[in-house]
Design a protein around this ligand. Structure first.
Ligand code: ARG
Length: 578
C-alpha cells in the first residue's frame, strides 16, 4: 500500500510540475526515510529545484501546494519541509478508510458478478495467456515433477485470471514419441490384456522396462520399435488402436490426481494432436532455407550459442521439439495469445531456448512472448525424489498419505469434528500444495510430509487454521459486515500493521501473476496470518465497547477474506472448522 501511495504521489507531482512549469520532463523521487523524525515519506527537493530553476524554499512550498490541491491530500496528516527534503506523514485513519473502501468496492463488484473479489485487477483485460502445465507422459507414472508443474501451473493460471487475463489451460500430454514403438512392441510380444486393464500404468511401465532389458541383448529390437513408431505416425490402424487404448487408460489414472487437486484444463491436446500439423512447419522451415541436412537428419542451425534443433530424424520421424513448434503455431492461430507460458522443470531449459530460437529465426516477433516458467526438483533426504527403493513414487499415494496424516491430527485434536473425512482431505491436499508454492519455484526443496501437515509453522494447515479461528471469533459474536468502522482506532500500530498488509494485497497478486511466482503470494499470506495471530495474542476482540469491538471484527474479517481468497488462488481449499 505504501508502494502504491509512493507511485501515485510521484505520478501526480510529476504531471502537476510539468503543467505548472511548462516542462517536458521532471523526475520526482519519493522515499521512505530511514530516520524516525522524517515522517513516513520524504521527497528530496534539490533536484526538482534545479529542474524548475527556482530556489529550494520556493520549490518546497510549490510542492506543498501541489500536494494540498491533489486528490491525495487527505492521505497526509502533515507535509513539511526540512533541510533539502519535504517530509510527509500519513494520516493513518484516512489510509485505513481507503483500504476498507477498496475492499467494499470489490465486495459489491463480486456481488454484482463483475470483478472477482478483493484485490482483483484489470491489468490483463483484453489479453490472453496460454499456459501449458502438468503434461504427464502417457504409459508412465505421474511423477513428482508433474505434480509440481500441475500445482504451480494451476496457481499461476488463477493469479492471471484474477488480474483479468483470459487464461487457456493446456495439458500437453506426452502421448507421442518413439517410446510408443517400444511399448507396442513389448505389448505385442509379451503383454497381457487383462493385466493392462487392471493396473494400466504399472503394467505399461513393466513392459517398457522389460523391453529395455531385452533390447540390451538384442539391439535389433530397437530398430523394430523405431519402425513401429514410424508406422504409427503413418497411421497403421492396429498400432493406432493400441496407442489410443494406452492413452485412455493412462488418462483415467491421472484424472484421479486431478480430481484430488481439483484441477481442470481447457485442452488435453497432447503431442499426438500435432501429428498432422508438423509437415507445414517443416515445409516452412525448408522454404525459408532454415532446414539443413545433417547425416540424413534435418536440423535447424542455431549458431554458436545453442546446439542445433533436431527437427526430423533420418527415418522421417519427428521429435519433441517438432511437435512443440507445431503446438505453438496452433496455439497462436487458435487463441491469439499475448503470452505463452510453459511450466516445466529446469532440466528442459535448453529445449525452450531452442524453441524460442527457432521461432525467432523464422522471423516471428512473438518469440519474445514465449516463457519457460521453470522449477526445481523435489528432494527427499537431499536426493531427487522420484523413486523409492527402486519403485516409482505414485503421486496419488503421496496425496493420500497427506490426507491420512491430517486425519490422524484431527483425531487427536478434535475427534468429534463434523464432516472430518472431507476436512482431512482438504487439509492434506492443501498442505502438499502450499508446501510446494511457498518455495520460489526455480529452487529445489525438501519433501517432508510430517512437517507440511502440521497446524503450526509455515504450513498450509496454519493458514487454514488461522482462517477458521477468525471465523469462529466472528460467529461467536454473530458478526455481520456493515462497514461500521472507527478508522481513528485503526491508526494504532497493532491495527495499522494489518491495514498496511491488507492494502498490499492487490499489488502482491499483480507481482505474483506477472512474475509467475506464486511464492510471492504464499509468503504474503504467511505474513498476514502471523500479523493476525500476534494481534490476537495482544488484543482482546470481545471488548465491552461496541464501537471498538466492531472495528476489531471488521479488521479480522478483512484478514479472513484475504486469507481465503489467497488460498483459493493458490489452489488450496478453505474450511469453516477444523
Ligand atoms: N511431457 C513432457 C515431460 O514430461 C512435458 C511437456 C511440457 N510441455 C511442452 N509443451 N513441452 O517431460
Amino acid at each position: 500500500m505504501i508502494d502504491s501511495i509512493k507511485t501515485n504521489l510521484k505520478a501526480v507531482l510529476e504531471t502537476a510540475l510539468r503543467t505548472a512549469n511548462d516542462l517536458s520532463e521532471v523526475n520526482v523521487v519519493v522515499e521512505e526515510p530511514k530516520r524516525a523524525n522524517q515522517g513516513d515519506l520524504s521527497i528530496p527537493v534539490f533536484m526538482i529545484a534545479k529542474t524548475i530553476g527556482k530556489p529550494l524554499p520556493e520549490t518546497a512550498a510549490h510542492l506543498q501546494e501541489l500536494i494540498r490541491s491533489s486528490d491525495l491530500a487527505p492521505l497526509f496528516s502533515s507535509v513539511a519541509p526540512l533541510g533539502g527534503f519535504l517530509n510527509l506523514s500519513l494520516d493513518k485513519a484516512a489510509v485505513a478508510q481507503g483500504v476498507f473502501r477498496d475492499f467494499e468496492a470489490a465486495l459489491s463488484e463480486a456481488k454484482a458478478g463483475e470483478g472477482n473479489g478483493f484485490g482483483s485487477l484489470s491489468i490483463g483485460a483484453g489479453q490472453t495467456v496460454v499456459i501449458d502445465y502438468s503434461s504427464p507422459n502417457i504409459a508412465k507414472p505421474f511423477s513428482v515433477g508433474h505434480l509440481r508443474s500441475t500445482i504451480i501451473g494451476q496457481a499461476i493460471g488463477n493469479l492471471l485470471a484474477k488480474c483479468g487475463f483470459r487464461v487457456v489451460r493446456i495439458n500437453h500430454l506426452g502421448d507421442w514419441g518413439t517410446q510408443f514403438g517400444k511399448i507396442i512392441y513389448a505389448y505385442k510380444h509379451f503383454g497381457d490384456e487383462e493385466k493392462v486393464r487392471q493396473n494400466p500404468i504399472n503394467e505399461l511401465v513393466k513392459l517398457y522396462v522389460e523391453f529395455h532389458e531385452m533390447a540390451k541383448e538384442n539391439p535389433a529390437m530397437e530398430d523394430e520399435a523405431r519402425r513401429i513408431f514410424n508406422e504409427l505416425e503413418q497411421g497403421n490402424p492396429e498400432y493406432l488402436r493400441l496407442w489410443s487404448w494406452f492413452r485412455e487408460v493412462s488418462l483415467e489414472d491421472y484424472m484421479k490426481v486431478y480430481e484430488l487437486l481439483d484441477v481442470r484444463f481447457d485442452s488435453y491436446n497432447g503431442e499426438a494432436f500435432y501429428n498432422d500439423k508438423m509437415q507445414p512447419v517443416i515445409d516452412q522451415l525448408a522454404t525459408q532455407g532454415l532446414l539443413k541436412e545433417d547425416q540424413g537428419a534435418m536440423i535447424v542451425d542455431l549458431g554458436e550459442d545453442l546446439p542445433p534443433a533436431l527437427i526430423q530424424k533420418s527415418d522421417g520421424s519427428t521429435l519433441y521439439i517438432t511437435r512443440d513448434l507445431a503446438a505453438l503455431f496452433f496455439r497462436k492461430r487458435e487463441y491469439h495469445f499475448d503470452k505463452a507460458l510453459y511450466v516445466v522443470g529446469n532440466e528442459q531449459k535448453l529445449h525452450f531456448e531452442q524453441l524460442k530460437a527457432v521461432v525467432r529465426k523464422m522471423g516471428f516477433p512473438f518469440w519474445k512472448d514465449i516463457e519457460h516458467v521453470n522449477f526445481g526438483l523435489v528432494l527427499q533426504d537431499g536426493k531427487k525424489m522420484s523413486t523409492r527403493k527402486g519403485k516409482v513414487v505414485r503421486l496419488a499415494d503421496v496425496l493420500n498419505e497427506a490426507i491420512e496424516l491430517s486425519r490422524q491430527t484431527i483425531e487427536d485434536k478434535n475427534p468429534d469434528l463434523e464432516g472430518k473425512a472431507e476436512i482431512a482431505r482438504k487439509i492434506g491436499v492443501s498442505a502438499v500444495i502450499f508446501n510446494d508454492l511457498k518455495n520460489y519455484r526455480a529452487n529445489d526443496f525438501e519433501f517432508n510430509l510430517e512437517e507440511m501437515v502440521k497446524f503450526e509453522g509455515q504450513t498450509g494447515p496454519y493458514l487454514q487454521y488461522t482462517s477458521v479461528r477468525i471465523t469462529s471469533i466472528l460467529n461467536a459474536d454473530d458478526f455481520h459486515y456493515d462497514g461500521n468502522v472507527d478508522y481513528s482506532l485503526l491508526s494504532q500500530e497493532v491495527f495499522f500493521d494489518i491495514i498496511k498488509a491488507a492494502g498490499d494485497y492487490g499489488k502482491t497478486i499483480e507481482r505474483a501473476a506477472l512474475e509467475a511466482s506464486p511464492s510471492i503470494l504464499a509468503k504474503y499470506l504467511l505474513n498476514i496470518a502471523s500479523l493476525f495471530n500476534s494481534f490476537y495474542g495482544r488484543e482482546r476482540i470481545a471488548v465491552e465497547d461496541l464501537r471498538e469491538r466492531r472495528t476489531k471484527e471488521h479488521l479480522i474479517y478483512l484478514v479472513r477474506e484475504i486469507l481465503d481468497d489467497g488460498m483459493r488462488l493458490l489452489g488450496m481449499k478453505t474450511i469453516e472448522r477444523m
